[in-house]
Design a protein around this ligand. Structure first.
Ligand SMILES: NC(=O)C1=CN([C@@H]2O[C@H](COP(=O)(O)OP(=O)(O)OC[C@H]3O[C@@H](n4cnc5c(N)ncnc54)[C@H](O)[C@@H]3O)[C@@H](O)[C@H]2O)C=CC1
Ligand SMILES: CC(C)CC(=O)C(=O)O
Ligand SMILES: [Mg+2]
Length: 360
C-alpha cells in the first residue's frame, strides 16, 4: 500500500530548499521502491495568503491523514505586522500541537569535511555527534495566560507563562533516555531549576524517570552553563534533553558547531513515531529568492523521515552517504564555504546530492 507524504514548503527559502529535498525524496522513492505518494499544501504565511489563516482546517486534516509530513520553514517580514493570532509561526505551533508531536530530535553532527566551516577549532569539534531532544508542544510557546496590552496607567505590559505538567516532562524524559540507550549512554538534562518552578518539577520528574534507566549516566545542567559548555567543550555531551524554548535556542547554537544552521535537520515525533520533518532553521528572509540557501538540512530531514517514520534505514543511510560524497567533491553553499572549495547554489547542491544518490 502506498504511503502518503504531505509536503508543506512554507515561506521564504522554504520552497527553494524543499524543491531540492523533493528531488532527493523522489529519487529515493524510485530507487528503493518506497511506494510514497506526495501531495502539497501551504503552511505559514503562504497559508495566510491562500486561506486567511496560517494552518487551514483542511490542511490539518490532510496532515492527520498523511503518514509523514515534510516541512520547509515559515514566517517572514511580509506577515510581521498582521494580527499575532494568525502569524505564520502560530500555524507551525498549531500543527505541532494538534498532531501531538511532542518529541523534537535535533542531531548536531559534524561532517568531517566541514571541520573548517565550524565556528570552533577543528580539534574541539572533530567527531562531534550530539542529539538535542527538545520538548515541542508545551512550555512557554504554548503557555496560557499570555497577554500584551496597555494597562489603565497607560503603561504597556506583556507576559507569557511557562507551564509543564508531570506527564509532559515524563514522556520527553523517556525519549531522552531511550535515545541515550541506543547512543552513548549519557543524558544531560538542561533546565533552570535554580530559578524556575517549571524547571524544578522538570528536574524532579527526570530524576524519577532515571530510576527506570540505571544503565544511563544522568547529569543536570543549568541552561546558561549548557550554552557556554556547548562552545567550550561540546563533545562532553551525548544526548541533551530540555524544554521547548531552551531546546530551540541551544539547537541553533549547536548548529554552528557543524558549520551552519543550514546543516541541521530535525524530526518531530508523536508517541507512535508519526512525524513531521523539517530543518531547524527558519525561512531566512535575508537570502530568500536568491537561490543560495543550503538545502542539506532539509535533505537530511528526508533521511530522518525514512529512518524514523518508515524504518527504511538503508535508504536513509544512502541519502546521508550521498551528502557526504558531495561534500567530498568540495561543493559548498555560501554558508559552509571555505577556501579552496567550489561554491554552488541551492539547486546545484540539490542536483549534486541527486547524482551522488543515483550513482550509489
Ligand atoms: N521552523 C520554522 O519554520 C522557523 C521559522 N522561523 C521564522 O523564520 C523567519 C526568519 O527568522 P530568523 O530569526 O532570521 O532565523 P533563520 O533561521 O530564518 O535565519 C537566521 C540566519 O541563518 C541563515 N540561514 C538560515 N537557514 C539557512 C540555510 N538553509 N542556508 C543558509 N543560510 C541559512 C539566514 O540567512 C539568517 O542569516 C522568522 O519569521 C521566524 O519566525 C524561525 C525559526 C524556525
Ligand atoms: C518559529 C518558532 C515557532 C519555532 C522555532 O524557532 C523552531 O522550531 O526552531
Ligand atoms: Mg528555532
Amino acid at each position: 500500500m502506498s504511503k502518503q507524504i504531505l509536503v508543506l514548503p512554507g515561506d521564504g527559502i522554504g520552497p527553494e530548499i524543499m524543491a531540492e529535498a523533493v528531488k532527493v525524496l523522489q529519487l529515493a522513492n524510485d530507487k528503493y521502491s518506497l511506494g510514497f505518494e506526495l501531495s502539497f499544501d501551504e503552511l505559514g504565511g503562504a497559508a495566510v495568503d491562500k486561506y486567511g489563516v496560517p494552518l487551514a482546517d483542511e490542511t490539518l486534516e490532510r496532515a492527520r491523514a498523511a503518514d509523514a509530513i515534510l516541512l520547509g520553514a515559515v514566517g517572514g517580514p511580509k506577515w510581521d505586522k498582521i494580527d499575532p493570532a494568525i502569524r505564520p509561526e502560530r500555524g507551525l505551533l498549531k500543527i505541532r500541537s494538534q498532531l501531538g508531536l511532542f518529541a523534537n530530535l535535533r542531531p548536531a553532527i559534524l561532517y568531517p569535511q566541514l571541520a573548517d566551516a565550524s565556528s570552533l577549532k577543528p580539534e574541539v569539534v572533530a567527531g562531534l555527534d550530539i542529539l538535542i531532544v527538545r520538548e515541542l508542544t508545551g512550555g512557554i510557546y504554548f503557555g496560557q495566560p499570555r497577554e500584551n496590552r496597555v494597562l489603565e496607567s497607560g503603561e504597556r505590559h506583556a507576559y507569557d507563562t511557562l507551564p509543564y505538567s508531570e506527564s509532559e516532562i515524563r514522556r520527553i524524559a523517556q525519549v531522552g533516555f531511550d535515545m541515550a540507550r541506543v547512543r552513548g549512554k549519557k543524558l544531560c538534562s538542561v533546565d533552570k531549576a535554580n530559578v524556575l518552578a517549571s524547571s524544578q518539577l522538570w528536574r524532579t520528574v527526570v530524576e524519577e524517570v532515571a530510576k527506570d534507566y540505571p544503565d544511563i549516566e544522568l547529569s543536570h545542567m543549568y541552561v546558561d552553563n549548557a550554552a557556554m559548555q556547548l562552545v567550550r567543550a561540546p563533545k562532553q555531551f551525548d544526548v541533551m534533553v530540555t524544554d521547548n524554548m531552551f531546546g530551540d535556542i541551544l539547537s541553533d547554537e549547536a548548529s554552528m558547531l557543524t558549520g551552519s544552521i543550514g546543516m541541521l535537520p530535525s524530526a518531530s515525533l508523536d508517541a507512535n513515531n508519526k512525524g513531521m520533518y523539517e530543518p531547524c532553521h527558519g525561512s531566512a528572509p535575508d537570502i530568500a529568492g536568491k537561490g543560495i540557501a543550503n538545502p542539506l538540512a532539509t535533505i537530511l530531514s528526508v533521511s530522518m523521515m525514512l529512518r524514523y517514520s518508515f524504518n527504511q534505514g538503508a535508504a536513509a543511510d544512502a541519502i546521508e552517504l550521498a551528502v557526504s560524497k558531495v561534500l567530498d567533491q568540495g561543493l559548498r553553499t555560501g554558508d559552509i564555504f571555505s577556501a579552496g572549495m567550489t561554491q554552488v547554489g541551492t539547486a546545484g547542491m540539490g542536483d549534486a546530492v541527486v547524482e551522488a544518490l543515483r550513482s550509489l
